[in-house]
Design a protein around this ligand. Structure first.
Ligand SMILES: [Zn+2]
Length: 106
């Protein structure tokens, strides 16, 4: 069975070695048209909700692991490889993304 880069183990981490979720702005801007750091992520581990910028991000790429600041559950993982991005959101109940109201059909 092939091991995908997104399936790399992520159990061990040094709690002092993290940055805030704002470091995800650049990598996520390749995938999403909106600034996802202001989206509200709800954690599957504890149910807390807060902006993606509040997550604790470990690693300097190509794999970024974003953990919940309240329970340390992995909320989001992003692995950037040649020609490919892997986004793992299995630790996220939802992402609430603010968008302008849609214009009515003409
Ligand atoms: Zn949590």
């Amino acid at each position: 069975m092939t091991t995908l880069p997104i399936d790399a183990p992520y159990d061990a981490y040094d709690d002092d070695a993290h940055e805030d979720g704002n470091v995800l702005a650049g990598p996520l801007s390749e995938v999403f048209a909106v600034d996802l750091t202001v989206a509200v992520a709800t954690c599957t581990g504890c149910g807390s909700a807060g902006p993606v910028a509040r997550l604790r991000v470990y690693g300097r790429g190509p794999g970024l692991i974003a953990r919940c600041p309240d329970c340390a559950h992995v909320v989001l993982r992003l692995v950037r490889g040649p020609g490919t991005a892997w986004l793992d959101l299995r630790g996220t109940v939802s992402l609430r993304i603010a968008l302008p109201d849609a214009l009515p059909d003409a």
